[in-house]
Design a protein around this ligand. Structure first.
Ligand code: FE
Length: 337
């Protein structure tokens, strides 16, 4: 998406090249072009060869489970704390003690048991039709359940881990009963049955099918700056709003990684994770993905900074895993398809 920074910037580590036989096997749910250059830079700097397997999130988790102790995987890279927690709970990730990771990554963006670590974060925010909604009409996630938004909101289905995690954050902050009341009101305000991904919800707002949508920030960045003229035109009709700035802050989630339980190359897996929180790696990875760096001293890409800074919900993201099941039950109960 954004013009990638020159990879020479990544050649920081003055480690002697390891033996040519050194490898690390990575299972990744990220699009290959969004991760491969960083892995190549890692290989160049450390001499450790990276074998990359790319697949969708849920099949990768299934594969890890099936392979069990025989899995050749060393590292899992995927998105959403809810999903990383699921991987940990099914026994596919191991605890890693690393002061480098602990120092680089804020405590709320990694597993308290150190089985997974956030590498970038994204916010799930409100997108509004600039022609029909004024930002001053917007305030909180809670407000989206207000009858004033009847038949005006587009959101993807409850199958999406992003929506499950948003609802889990509501349960963690407000309790299950309040979260259920909210979800019921939100569903009552849907403009149409959930369909498509986050990008489709933003497009639906641009097309006038709804006035508001919930979606992740990087999709909007990709639409605005990814080089597709039609998507850019759609995104330009849509404004971005960061909810709950007066109270707990905007709901965020992570893309992240963990070392697998069966990792045959554990030391190399740890080196890769630590490499991914080096300053230049953070800068490149977050910019390329249109996400925010987890490392506090690294500024976001200027395209993201243009939307303004915002207060993030400080909730420990492991709670999104803890309340995932409760969120699914509520979604089923309130008829969130
Ligand atoms: Fe996504």
């Amino acid at each position: 998406m954004f013009k990638p920074l020159t990879l020479a910037l990544l050649s920081l580590v003055s480690m002697p090249p390891a033996l040519a036989t050194e490898v690390v096997n990575v299972y990744s749910a990220r699009e290959e072009q969004l991760i491969k250059p960083l892995l190549d830079a890692f290989s160049k700097d450390t001499g450790i060869r990276v074998n990359l397997v790319t697949a969708d999130d849920d099949p990768l988790l299934e594969r890890l489970k099936r392979e069990g102790a025989n899995s050749p995987a060393d590292v899992l890279i995927t998105a959403d704390a809810g999903r990383l927690s699921r991987a940990a709970e099914q026994g596919s990730l191991q605890a890693i003690q690393s002061s480098k990771l602990q120092q680089a990554i804020p405590a709320n963006l990694r597993d308290p048991q150190q089985r997974w670590f956030g590498l970038t974060y994204r916010a799930r925010v409100i997108f509004y039709n600039k022609a029909t909604v004024k930002p001053k009409e917007l305030s909180t996630y809670e407000n989206l359940a207000d009858p004033q938004w009847k038949a005006r909101i587009c959101v993807r289905s409850s199958n999406s881990i992003y929506n499950q995690s948003l609802l889990a954050s509501m349960i963690a902050s407000k309790g299950a009963a309040a979260a259920e009341t909210w979800a019921k009101g939100l569903v009552a305000n849907f403009a149409k049955p959930p369909n498509g991904g986050d990008r489709d919800q933003i497009k639906a707002v641009a097309a006038g099918q709804c006035d508001l949508a919930l979606a992740n920030t990087y999709y909007y960045a990709q639409m605005l700056y990814g080089g597709d003229a039609a998507q850019q035109a759609a995104a330009q009709k849509v404004g971005i709003f960061f909810p709950n700035q007066q109270d707990r802050g905007t709901h965020i989630n992570i893309s992240g990684a963990g070392v697998t339980s069966a990792a045959p190359n554990k030391a190399n897996a740890l080196k890769l994770l630590e490499y991914m929180v080096l300053d230049d790696a953070q800068r490149w990875y977050s910019t390329t993905n249109g996400e925010y760096p987890v490392k506090a001293n690294i500024p976001a890409a200027h395209q993201l900074q243009a939307w303004g800074s915002f207060k993030t919900d400080a909730l420990n993201l492991s709670l999104l895993g803890r309340y995932n099941q409760a969120a699914l039950i509520i979604m089923d109960k309130v008829g969130w398809k």
